[in-house]
Design a binder for this molecule. Structure first.
Ligand code: RB5
Length: 149
């Protein structure tokens, strides 16, 4: 599984912890930045990761900013992205089972590293349930297409 990751300056402390986890568990990943704690625009990095996943080159995306909110908003603007802003394990599992979320967004100012890694594990290992949820995802896709130029 190929994972695209990205953060802004407010997510720079948690990203190396995430990278250690991905390496330890044998995931292939690419870090789309930012690479320093200098103030930057979270939307640029969220866009890069979301486009990498939407292109099909990466299976999942993981984003970290201060709250996870800005990153999730921008990621969900990219057609084909279903980004979950998620800080608990129940939602992490549910968003894979029900929403087939392909990107997840965390807030470094919100969540502890240990909990983030528990959530990452569920996000990367839980399969989409399919069934009744397929029709619901098709409706989301239809909304996306309706408002795409
Ligand atoms: C940066 O200060 C902060 O606005 C950003 O990391 C994020 O929380 C935006 O939603």
């Amino acid at each position: 599984m190929k994972i695209a990751i990205g953060c802004d300056h407010a997510g720079i402390r948690l990203k190396p912890i995430l990278i250690d986890y991905l390496l330890k568990h044998g995931y292939d990943y690419k870090d789309f930045g930012t690479y320093s704690n200098g103030s930057c625009n979270y939307a640029e990095y969220g866009q890069k990761v979301a486009e990498a996943v939407a292109s099909g080159m990466f299976d999942r995306g993981i984003l970290i900013c201060g709250t996870g909110i800005g990153m999730s908003i921008v990621a969900n603007k990219v057609p084909g992205i279903r980004c979950a802003h998620c800080h608990d394990t129940f939602s992490a599992k549910a968003t894979r089972l029900h929403n087939d979320a392909n990107v997840i967004a965390f807030g470094e100012r919100v969540i502890a590293a240990e909990l983030m890694l528990d959530i990452v594990e569920l996000f990367l290992t839980t399969e989409f349930e399919g069934g009744r949820h397929v029709e619901r995802l098709n409706t989301i896709k239809a909304v996306e297409e309706k408002y795409s130029k």
